[in-house]
Ligand binder design. Structure first.
Ligand code: SF4
Length: 69
């Protein structure tokens, strides 16, 4: 299984969201930090994964940024 497929299975929507920042620990664990959660209390900074429904989701573009900008 390729890395992004693993991320998709584990994180759901967050894996392909323009608002996620993937943090990698010293031990190689990957954490999905929601950038919306840093400023908007409606979102968790570290969402409970997998996320399959989220009103803040925006598809990540090919350049890694939001499709809607
Ligand atoms: S906005 Fe929703 S889908 Fe996007 S990173 Fe945050 S919790 Fe995940």
């Amino acid at each position: 299984m390729r890395m992004h497929e693993e991320d998709r299975a584990r994180a759901g929507l967050c894996a392909g969201c323009a608002h996620v920042k993937v943090m990698v620990s010293d031990k190689g664990s990957r954490f999905f930090q929601c950038q919306r959660g840093l400023t908007d209390p409606a979102f968790r900074k570290y969402p409970v994964l997998p996320v399959w429904q989220c009103h803040g989701y925006e598809e990540k573009g090919a350049d890694g940024r939001s499709e809607r900008s």
